[in-house]
Design a protein around this ligand. Structure first.
Ligand code: PLP
Length: 322
């Protein structure tokens, strides 16, 4: 099949069976979202939201699109805005991965970098303040606001949720990493409609406050948040598994070793959570478990997949524990 444009390849990502010696009593599938054109699950939300607001007339060709993102969403939005000929300003902070910043800039976005630390010791509050300032100073502007925009959740209800439902005859569990909450809100609603008995398991990381944890510095991007996203109130969550960063790094290496999957940090978190959840559970029939792998490992080559970084990180966590 010949496609007219690469962004048309968003979606229809593969669902594959994973093999792990620790959890041979479950059928574990991974939805490989890194097959999307800009490399992550976020292509779905970016394409859906921008098409939606064009169709509803909420934006026009002269609108300045604004969003705060240091990662995959910024890249996906930059790509779709370039394709549609829209102006896009991305608010980032100094913690951004160098490759992400290069991609966002090369895709034509205006980049505004917030450099002042906020009262929580991070940058999120100041990034949001900067977004609000830009909106106030730009008469025709639209804030995508992934943490609160219902179109974000709808994108995953219609697209990813629909594909997962169509991909299997039955589903018992779905494991999803949470950051803005858009993926889990949309996917959980869709899964529960078709498979009401299926359990939705949210995966978060220590240091994130989403499920009531104490905030502290996190090093693995793409999962967790320093605020509770309002969009999460739509999610139908049965259980939460919190993982630690050291185990996530180990899980990423295991995925590579056992399944030849070079996955990003949130995929490693989800894989780690599946293993933690099922290792001591017994079933009368093999449960069918779906995990969503949101991005690939290349963007983590300076961190998770850098031997010096990973070893130093693991040694540091041990010395903190001892
Ligand atoms: C790599 C990765 N995994 C998981 C997520 C979580 O998705 P959501 O923001 O929809 O909760 C994100 C979001 O940025 C991500 O970039």
């Amino acid at each position: 099949m010949i496609y007219d444009h690469i962004l048309q390849l968003s979606g229809n990502t593969p669902l594959i069976l994973l093999h792990s010696k620790d959890i041979e009593h479950i059928d574990l599938y991974a939805k490989l979202e890194f097959y999307n054109p800009t490399g992550s699950v976020k292509d779905r939300a970016a394409s859906y939201i921008i098409s939606k607001v064009i169709n509803t007339g909420e934006i026009n060709q002269d609108t300045m699109i604004v969003e705060s993102s240091s990662g995959n969403f910024g890249i996906a939005l930059a790509a779709i805005c370039k394709r549609k000929g829209l102006k896009f300003t991305c608010v980032i902070d100094p913690n951004i991965n160098e490759i992400n910043e290069v991609l966002i800039r090369k895709l034509g976005a205006e980049v505004v970098k917030v450099t002042e630390v906020d009262e929580n010791g991070g940058y999120l509050l100041n990034r949001i303040k900067k977004v609000k300032e830009l909106l106030a100073n730009t008469p025709n502007s639209y804030w995508v606001n992934q943490y609160g925009n219902p179109y974000n959740s709808d994108a995953y209800y219609h697209l990813l949720g629909g594909e997962i439902c169509d991909g299997l005859d039955d589903i018992d569990y779905v494991f999803l990493g949470v950051s803005s909450g858009g993926t889990i809100s949309g996917v959980s609603r869709r899964i529960k409609e078709k498979f009401p008995h299926a359990k939705i398991i949210a995966v978060d990381i220590y240091g994130s406050v989403i499920f009531g944890g104490k905030p502290h510095k996190r090093y693995i991007p793409g999962i967790g948040s320093s605020m509770v996203p309002s969009i999460l109130s739509e999610a139908m969550i049965d259980d939460v598994v919190i993982v630690d960063e050291e185990s996530v790094i180990q899980a990423c290496y295991e995925l590579l070793d056992e399944n030849i999957i070079f996955a990003g940090g949130s995929s490693g978190s989800v894989y780690c959570a599946v293993k933690k959840y099922f290792h001591d559970k017994k079933f009368s029939r093999r449960p069918k478990v779906v995990s969503v792998f949101a991005d690939r490992g290349e963007r983590y080559s300076n961190t998770i997949y850098n031997d010096c970084w990973a070893t130093e990180f693991i040694n540091k966590s041990h010395s903190l524990v001892n």
